[in-house]
Design a protein around this ligand. Structure first.
Ligand SMILES: [Ca+2]
Length: 514
């Protein structure tokens, strides 16, 4: 029996806790919205340079196979918080998140972390599990955005990417320094409508962006699902997307209709001379116009990432802070002629993932293991020294950070998208991806696609009906069924998705559109 007085024992416990707290790293999780990995130079971008993201890659680890399991904003965010797929966290589409369920923020807060959520939230309900939060209502605005806070709505003048960074730094300045912090700093950029600030818009105004090889994909061999989509650069970008100015005489509904429609000819001025673009010339111009704004938005994100990293360094926090940069999913940058995401094709499925953890992650390392966004919550738990709850469906990435490769790491991943027809007439589908193949099932149409990712990385040849591929199809269907079972996907939302008010409104306090 221990005979030491109680205050000595208590003192020992307090000391032990303090030591443990000191050892637990801070977690700064920076997530953007719709930032494709192939628009980061560390990932070999052909279209832009991102020096601050490259700095993270150089000082930390670049993941080459990080995938979203349901490639749209709201489900991705629900998965991030819960470590669960959509069919278990209740958010398969743009329906509101039930914030009473367990989340990683609540677990970390209970374990003594100072928790914060700043920026794009897009889950409809108020954040739970955070000591402080300031979130954009719905999609939020690029300029002079309103934020929802525990004490009400507040408008911040300026550009949203700068403001989210300012507020993140403010959170860090105000934090209690005797506890580790967990901050989710979520940028709205580069989400549609791709509105850059003047400085970055000017940087890209005259840039000619190389076209992707699949911009004029003819969709041969693919299923009806791709043929029917309405997210094409040439055919679906509106005048508003392309930042065309309506004629002054158009007002009210007529003005809105003009901005919301797809132009079949556009007048531009080159070297002081007016020129009318149609057909192929117009198509090429649309791609340029789209990408110039998208990339200009990203350039501001990159600058602001630099500001955050510099602030950590200047305040002695670089060493004991795990910095994570990712996006809620990927994006089509004209690939397959598309913008937006949703499809299980690589540009949309793949997330950028850069992680810096000095002393633990070897600088400049590259990880090929397959990781998925349900892995984030278990990773945060592990970093905080907490056991991963049994109902979380991902795995901690901490062993990978340390250069270890568990022999039972996943070699396939499961994906499921529900929002059909959604905003872009995208067909619901689920599928399995392995290191070499992808099998997709559009279940409402009962159509399939099979791709050989080694021989056909651009996913242009659907091999599903190919007689030489039937053994591969059989194996992938077995694996797909196994994953579906293991992940407890019982088609909970296959036919019907949750209704309700959704995450984009109504927000009675939303400012009038400009
Ligand atoms: Ca998104």
């Amino acid at each position: 029996m221990n005979c030491r007085p109680w205050w000595i024992l208590l003192g020992a416990v307090v000391t032990a806790l303090a030591v443990r707290a000191a050892e637990r790293p801070n977690i700064l999780f920076i997530m953007t919205d719709d930032h494709a990995a192939h628009a980061i130079s560390a990932y070999g971008s052909r279209i832009n340079q991102t020096p601050q993201m490259d700095r993270l890659a150089r000082e930390g680890m670049r993941f080459n196979h990080a995938f979203a399991v349901n490639s749209i904003c709201t489900p991705s965010r629900a998965t991030l918080l819960t470590g669960k797929y959509s069919h278990l966290n209740g958010v398969p589409v743009f329906n509101r998140f039930d914030g009473s369920q367990p989340t990683v923020a609540k677990y970390l807060q209970a374990a003594g972390y100072h928790t914060g959520m700043i920026g794009k939230w897009h889950l409809g309900s108020d954040p739970t599990g955070f000591d402080d939060w300031k979130v954009l209502p719905g999609q939020g605005d690029y300029f002079d955005p309103a934020f929802l806070t525990p004490s009400g709505r507040q408008v911040f003048p300026g550009y949203v990417t700068d403001i989210v960074t300012d507020l993140s730094i403010e959170f860090l300045k105000q934090r209690p320094t005797n506890r580790p912090f967990f901050l989710m700093s979520h940028q709205k950029a580069p989400h549609r409508p791709w509105e850059p600030d003047a400085k970055h818009r000017a940087q890209f105004a005259d840039k000619v962006i190389p076209e992707p090889a699949t911009l004029r994909d003819d969709y041969a061999t693919r299923t009806d699902a791709l043929q029917e989509n309405r997210q094409r650069v040439f055919d679906d970008l509106t005048r508003r997307d392309l930042k065309l100015e309506p004629p002054a005489e158009l007002q009210g509904a007529a003005r809105g209709q003009w901005l919301g429609s797809v132009p079949r000819e556009v007048e531009i001025t080159v070297g002081g001379r007016k020129q009318t673009l149609t057909g192929e010339a117009l198509n090429a111009w649309k791609y340029q116009r789209y990408m110039q704004d998208y990339l200009a938005c990203i350039q501001s994100v990159d600058d602001n990432l630099g500001r955050l990293l510099d602030w950590l360094a200047a305040n002695g926090l670089a060493q004991n802070t795990v910095v994570i940069y990712t996006s809620d999913q990927g994006f089509f940058l004209g690939d397959h002629g598309l913008y937006d995401k949703r499809f299980m094709y690589e540009p949309s499925l793949r997330m950028p993932l850069l992680v810096r953890w000095p002393g633990q992650i070897r600088p400049g390392s590259v990880e090929e293991a397959m990781v998925i966004n349900p892995d984030f919550a278990p990773t945060f738990m592990d970093l905080a020294g907490l056991a991963v709850p049994a109902d979380m469906q991902g795995r901690s990435l901490v062993p990978l950070f340390r250069g270890q490769h568990p022999s039972d790491w996943r070699t396939s991943m499961y994906y499921r998208y529900y929002h059909d027809p959604g905003h872009h007439n995208t067909r619901a589908h689920y599928g399995v991806r392995t290191p070499t193949h992808k099998l997709i099932h559009y279940w409402k149409k009962d159509q399939w696609e099979l791709f050989d990712l080694i021989k056909d990385p651009d996913e242009l040849r659907n091999l599903y009906g190919d007689s030489t591929q039937q053994e591969t199809v059989r194996q992938l269907k077995t694996e797909l069924a196994r994953l579906k079972r293991e992940l407890k996907d019982d088609d909970q939302f296959a036919d019907q998705q949750p209704g309700g008010p959704g995450v984009d409104g109504p927000f009675p306090d939303k400012p009038a559109p400009r």
